[in-house]
Ligand binder design. Sequence first.
Ligand SMILES: [Ca+2]
Ligand SMILES: [Ca+2]
Length: 110
Amino acid sequence: MKRLFSVIIITLLLITSAAFSAFADSYYIRGDANGDGKLNVLDVTLAQRVLGNLETEAKGIVKRNCDTDVNGLDINDITRIQRYLAEYEDKYQIGKTFSYDEHELPFVPD
Ligand SMILES: [Ca+2]
Ligand SMILES: [Ca+2]
């Protein structure tokens, strides 16, 4: 009985991780620097470290997910993410989910 339960749990974990992986391959949350599906201060810290060349990123996730106005990652993007986390008004759709195809479109805030 324990073995069956373990097999069921492992199967569910594999299905869940595969589904999240498929999601992460197609979609991203604007501002989610580490790509964990959550937006918080850890993302700001990581983006700052990458921008300051204190950390390198192999997959380009930080520069892709944190570029709020699709013109390359700069300090303005990080400031906007910080302001979003502090619940200031946001015109850059930070925290929203986008497909990678949408990211390629020009983004013009209101
Ligand atoms: Ca995150
Ligand atoms: Ca930018």
